[in-house]
Design a protein around this ligand. Structure first.
Ligand code: C2O
Ligand code: CU
Ligand code: CU
Length: 492
């Protein structure tokens, strides 16, 4: 039985968890959704005709990041861009205007929508100064979850994302209706790192930054440095976490509080799982609940040190962190990225949900493919990142699959350099079956996953609903730009 089909969907207003303030909207036309402000974020929701109708403009903006002003790239002048919220079956129309000095486009990360035409087409290029209208409909059985949008112009993705482009895309549905989750206070953690020089400009990455994947030492949550979230004694917080950074891996932990995982990239898991830490590779998302059952004071949300490997090839420069300052590589310090402060008290403590939503069991695969991730460094330090030994070629189809079938893909990190990668597939979410032969504990819906050095991860992908060409790539976006991307064509 397909659990998704049994879901009922409820329309929630943007202000479900906070006070709603209608702001003036300069782009408002008769049909266009009005932006609302919730906790300082701009939110667009579906109108009464089931249409999410918004205008997004990519443009340079001066943005305050902690103590510094940065020359960043934004959607509508905001970091993150406006939050878009829809539900299964809704239609989405996004009028995208490119006010950057180079071509750009939009990708809807994790959404199960067509990869072709004016939908989630990574090959569509919107030249500087031009406008394009994206249009798609979310399938009626689209799972509820935390998704995001960002630019996807090959060879410029890392640069544009690092400069600030990205925003949250929420699909509301069955998970949001579970009473215990409905009662929780919803917050978003849009995680994005920035680097700025003394003039507030983004430094040009050096060779090493690009090889590792560029990182910055300014860590932001929803565009803010070290924001505070409030939690009532006896209350529940629901954090929707999005790793929207170009290359940074986050290893998150909240002082004295476990996380209760309720959803992975593609939506709900079967029941909450208690975790001390959450590791998110670039592009990954997770939803967790936090219980307000400790001493009512302030706690720090920490990003713990994490070594994502690499440098074996260069003679094991494990002190790379020192060598490169805090612009990349081994992060040997714990960083505070936000605070959770207890405020108020509930008369009756809120319980955790016992059950969430059963995860569909996928049919057996009709084929198995192996995809190897590696890098090569030629003469003159030319780098290339490869799948099965080849860099991306948009005129080459790397895998042809039949619509309506399920395949197992073995994603193997054979990089002798020892660097971790973040494998991501567009259009069709998948389930992780095992890692190095060990069954995955969740077997939940994912679209992005960390692949450690020498690791082989077996994923199961149902190719459903949409024909056409789509891509898979490393979500360490510098690696994608340097060739670690492949093309899969779904055929009827
Ligand atoms: Cu979020 Cu093709 O990427
Ligand atoms: Cu994507
Ligand atoms: Cu990579």
């Amino acid at each position: 039985m397909n659990s998704i089909n049994r879901r009922r969907f409820l329309s929630l207003s943007a202000g479900a968890t906070g006070s709603v303030l209608l702001t003036q909207c300069s782009w408002a036309s008769t049909s266009m959704s009005l932006p609302q402000k919730t906790n300082g974020a701009e939110v667009f929701t579906t109108n009464s005709n089931g249409l999410l109708d918004v205008a997004l403009e990519a443009r340079p903006s001066l943005i305050q990041l902690g103590q510094q002003q940065g020359n960043l790239l934004t959607y509508n002048g905001l970091i993150p861009g406006p939050r878009l919220e829809a539900k299964a079956g809704d239609s989405v129309r996004i009028r995208f205007t490119n006010k950057l000095s180079q071509a750009s486009n939009l990708h809807y990360h994790g959404l199960h929508i067509p990869p072709t035409g004016k939908a989630d087409n990574a090959f569509l290029a919107v030249p500087s100064g031009e406008t394009e209208t994206y249009e798609f409909t979310l399938p009626k059985n689209h799972p509820a979850g935390t998704f995001f949008y960002h630019p996807h112009m090959h060879e410029m993705v890392a640069e544009q994302v690092f400069a600030g482009l990205g925003g949250i895309f929420i699909v509301r549905g069955a998970l949001d209706e579970i009473p215990e989750i409905l009662a929780a206070k919803e917050e978003f953690l849009f995680l994005k790192d920035f680097a700025l020089d003394a003039n507030g400009k983004i430094p040009v990455p050096n060779h090493m930054d690009v090889m590792r994947g560029r990182e910055g030492s300014i860590l932001t949550v929803n565009g803010q440095v070290n924001p505070t979230f409030s939690l009532a004694s006896g209350g529940l917080l629901r954090f929707r976490m999005i790793n929207a950074s170009t290359s940074r891996f986050y290893r998150l932990s909240l002082e004295d509080h476990p996380f209760y995982l309720i959803a992975t990239d593609g939506g709900a898991i079967a029941e909450p799982v208690e975790l001390k830490e959450i590791l998110l590779s670039p592009g990954e998302r997770a939803e967790v609940l936090v219980r307000g059952d400790r001493n009512p004071k302030q706690y720090r949300l920490l990003n713990l040190p994490y070594d994502r490997g690499g440098f074996a090839m260069m003679g094991g420069m494990n002190n790379g962190g020192m060598m490169m300052g805090n612009r990349g590589t081994v992060d040997s310090t714990t960083q505070v990225i936000a605070k959770i402060a207890y405020k108020d008290e509930l008369a009756k403590p809120l319980p955790l949900p016992q059950k969430l939503i059963p995860v569909e069991v996928l049919p057996q695969p009709i084929a198995t493919r192996r995809i190897e991730m590696s890098m090569s460094m030629g003469m003159g330090m030319q780098m290339a990142f490869l799948f099965n030994g080849k860099p991306f070629d948009m005129n080459r189809v790397d895998a042809v699959v039949k619509l309506g079938t399920t395949e197992d893909w073995e994603i193997a990190n054979v990089d002798t350099d020892g660097m971790e990668h973040s494998f991501h597939l567009h259009t069709n979410p998948f389930q992780v079956i095992d890692r190095n032969g060990k069954p995955d504990p969740y077997q939940a819906w994912e679209d992005t996953l960390r692949v450690r050095a020498k690791e082989t991860v077996r994923i199961r992908i149902p190719f459903r609903d949409f024909v056409g060409k789509t891509v898979y790539h490393c979500h360490v976006l510098d690696h994608e730009d340097l060739g670690m991307m492949g093309l899969v064509e779904m055929q009827a």
